[in-house]
Design a protein around this ligand. Structure first.
Ligand SMILES: NC(=O)C1=CN([C@@H]2O[C@H](COP(=O)(O)OP(=O)(O)OC[C@H]3O[C@@H](n4cnc5c(N)ncnc54)[C@H](OP(=O)(O)O)[C@@H]3O)[C@@H](O)[C@H]2O)C=CC1
Ligand SMILES: O=C1OC[C@@H](O)[C@H](O)[C@H]1O
Length: 499
């Protein structure tokens, strides 16, 4: 895998056995994020100092302990500091500050490690494990399903199908999967296997509809990668069909299942910051991560930045405001320089302005090849959600992968003119709700799997994403594409045979 640093292409080789080479979640990705996170961490530390100053700790005053959500090492950073500083034994507060920073940093390393090496639990003997089949030996499959499944006693990743038998067999051997289907009919063979109860569909977006419909037709529950399909009409059809068949279908917006995301939603809904005025979601990765022949740049396969990362930004704006965009007032694509399509209909980046009910405005930005500043300074990956409210602001760093690292900054206006503010930071790696399961090392995908299994087993999931929600998200994406002038992604030609 190659990564551009200051304009120089650096090639890194993967040694990790669990993550497919080239995956955006590969060890290389983690190393790159580590570098970026270190910078964010420094900013964090500066912020922490300002928090301390606010409470008078650095100046030697008494600390008012501010209880926030649990952080890397169990308690919140503020809790650890609070306890330490309130002891008042004369030791330097800076030592405690250092401890907190180290705890945060070590917590980050611990989570990255757990993401790639989650503990294994034996399969349940009391509740029949759900046998999963994977359509395609996709890069994302290890991170999104295979690794999370290891710690779920009711999940067995049993089969994989790939268009090439050797690829299917190699993938199966690498990940300890019992059954490998290969060849032009492999996907259908997997669906025809009566042992497969649930299908994970990480095919290119343009094939989501066809293979989800076929999987449902074969009586399988489906965990479907985002974005659900190429058009809102296809998404509606899939969910209606799942309902008709009494099967579970979930669009895999994994981030929504993480407690940090739930906490942000809770803060915004609580009224603590007053009414939302403006929301913004940004998701971008620097040029060099994604190869030019990637499915993300293939129009026929449902490519485009708005489909890929943009679908998260749209989902996040809709989820956090609890409403649907009423209009897209502007949408500016940055076109992928296609060698096969002229003019290119694939956006490598998209910037859009939206309106929501009650005079709320929204902005989204996504980019799959964010170019370096001044041609040489590489851009940082961006995964940011921000809300401006009547009574303050909320910033949520790394909203889409909060399990790796995140930072919720809540700034409340304390004077009428808004000049004086009270600031706090929350980090939520474990659920705060008593009835939720979860560990600080659980990835967003692990939380998602928990919900999916609970739904299949007829139990109440911790949280859920409905079919209407998925249809509305595709509707929002369509509005952006229409406004951009690029038009919708091509609808599937597949029609389920009428029996
Ligand atoms: N939830 C998340 O965090 C993420 C989700 N995704 C989503 O997952 C899906 C797959 O992404 P990713 O794993 O990165 O993609 P990959 O290219 O690695 O995987 C796509 C798979 O689709 C199969 N495929 C079938 N037909 C075609 C075709 N005509 N051209 C290319 N591939 C084909 C291939 O299977 P075969 O093995 O049979 O050749 C391939 O393994 C996308 O919908 C993407 O949006 C991606 C990354 C992260
Ligand atoms: O779903 C995704 O999440 C992470 C991104 O880097 C990737 O392109 C996208 O498909």
């Amino acid at each position: 895998m190659a990564y551009e640093v200051f304009g120089v292409r650096v090639c890194l080789k993967s040694k990790n056995a669990d993550t497919a080479d080239g995956s955006v979640f590969s060890p290389q990705f983690c190393v790159a994020s580590l570098a970026c996170e270190t910078v964010i961490l420094v900013i964090n530390c500066l912020d922490m100092i300002s928090v301390l100053e606010e409470y008078g700790v650095v100046c030697g005053g008494r600390l008012r302990v501010h209880s926030a959500g649990p952080c890397a090492y169990g308690g919140s950073a503020q809790d650890i500091l609070g306890e330490a500083c309130n002891r008042g034994d004369g030791r330097s507060e800076y030592l405690y500050l250092f401890t907190v920073i180290m705890a945060s940093f070590l917590g980050f390393l611990k989570r990255i490690r757990a993401l790639n090496n989650p503990p294994r639990v034996p399969l349940s003997t009391e509740s029949a494990p759900i046998k999963f089949g994977i359509l395609g030996a996709a890069n994302i499959a290890p991170v999104a399903l295979i690794l999370p499944a290891r710690s779920h006693a009711e999940v067995e990743v049993y089969a994989v199908a790939a268009r090439d038998l050797a690829k299917a067999q190699a993938f199966a051997a690498k990940h300890g999967i019992e059954k490998a289907y290969g060849g032009p009919t492999a996907y259908q063979q997997l669906l025809d296997d009566p042992r497969v109860a649930a299908v994970y569909n990480p095919l290119p977006n343009g094939l989501h509809y066809e293979w989800t419909m076929k999987a449902l037709s074969a009586g399988k529950h489906v965990l479907l990668e985002k974005p659900s399909s190429d058009t809102a009409a296809e998404t509606r059809e899939m969910f209606e069909y799942a309902e008709q068949k009494g099967l579970v279908l979930l669009e895999a917006f994994h981030y929504r299942f993480h407690p940090a995301v739930q906490r942000v939603k809770e803060i915004l809904s609580s009224g603590e910051l007053g009414a939302i005025k403006h929301v913004e979601a940004r998701m971008a990765i620097p040029r060099g991560f994604i190869k030019d022949d990637d499915i993300r740049f293939n129009y026929e396969l449902g490519g485009g930045a708005m489909m890929d990362m943009g679908c998260y930004t749209m989902d996040c704006l809709r989820y956090m405001t609890g409403s649907e965009p009423t209009s897209v007032t502007s949408a500016k694509p940055d076109l992928f320089p296609s060698k096969t399509q002229s003019p290119s209909l694939v956006d490598q980046g998209m910037t859009a302005e939206l309106t929501f009910p009650n005079d709320v405005t929204g902005s989204l930005f996504c980019h799959l090849r964010h170019p370096p500043s001044y041609y040489i300074i590489p851009k940082m990956p961006e995964f940011l959600f921000e809300a401006e409210c009547e009574g303050g602001e909320l910033k949520f760093f790394i909203f889409a992968l909060p399990n790796i690292y995140h930072y919720i900054e809540v700034s409340t206006k304390t004077s009428k003119d808004g000049q004086e503010r009270k600031k706090r930071v929350e980090k939520v790696y474990k659920p705060t709700q008593e009835d939720w399961s979860g560990e600080d090392w659980w990835s967003t995908y692990r939380y998602q799997l928990e919900a999916f299994v609970n739904k299949v087993k007829g139990r109440k999931p911790q949280t859920w994403i409905t079919g209407d929600d998925a249809v509305a998200n595709m509707g929002g994406i369509e509005k952006v594409y229409e406004k951009s002038g690029l038009g919708l992604r091509p609808a599937s030609e597949f029609k389920l045979p009428v029996l």
